[in-house]
Design a protein around this ligand. Structure first.
Ligand SMILES: [Zn+2]
Length: 211
């Protein structure tokens, strides 16, 4: 993955092309990307300081479900589609770490949060918390979906989609893996310079940023 770590100076113009998406719920790729980043209250592009982002877990087994293995498979899925985004590193120093809380049912069952940012607002550490909601063989599929959903947030897209075919569907994933549009959105996000304000491009039918 080709991540742009340049910082854009304030109000600099940066060309963004309109790109089509498969989803009928979004006008184009920028419209999808905007809905996937607005959740944080900012539309400024922020990246991790370094890539690949290391992801790991200690032993995390809930009943018959090996949550750490499910998360590792999610990292492998992303590595197969965007090499260089995530790397599995099961040690405590990893950037995104799974925390299994045995004996608890969390609501929502899985949640990612940022634990630490640097002085430029870039994430340094995130934690994925999961309880014992998924503990039987028939739950494993849902654990995998949920962890892939959270990993997609960890890539920088904190919002949700209105398309049920997306792993980031707002009501929770009913698909097993991210959609082509979502993969494109993450790849595009990673190619954008830090500090770029996507809200400047939000008006439909307009190719150039607004004032
Ligand atoms: Zn979510």
């Amino acid at each position: 993955v080709n991540v742009t770590l340049d910082t854009l100076r304030a109000s600099a113009w940066f060309p963004l092309a309109r790109r089509p998406v498969l989803s009928p719920h979004h006008a184009d790729l920028l419209d999808l990307l905007l809905s996937l980043v607005r959740a944080t209250g900012t539309t400024l592009v922020v990246h991790w300081p370094t890539y690949p982002v290391t992801v790991g877990a200690g032993e995390a087994v809930s009943g018959s479900v090996d949550l750490a293995a499910c998360l590792a498979d999610g990292v492998a899925w992303w590595s197969g589609h965007l090499p260089g985004l995530f790397a599995w590193r099961p040690d405590p120093a990893c950037a995104v770490r799974l925390l299994h809380i045995p004996g608890h049912q969390l609501h929502p069952p899985v949640l990612i949060r940022v634990l630490q940012r640097d002085d430029r607002g870039r994430p340094l550490r995130m934690q994925i918390r999961v309880g014992d909601t998924y503990d039987s063989p028939r739950d494993e599929r849902y654990a995998r979906r949920a962890l892939l959903h959270e990993l997609t947030h960890a890539a920088g897209l904190w919002g949700h989609s209105s398309d049920r075919r997306h792993i980031l569907w707002r009501a929770g994933p009913i698909v097993d893996v991210p959609d082509t549009d979502e993969t494109l959105a993450v790849r595009w996000w990673l190619s954008l310079p830090e500090g770029l304000d996507l809200a400047r491009y939000g008006r439909r039918g307009e190719l150039d940023p607004g004032p």
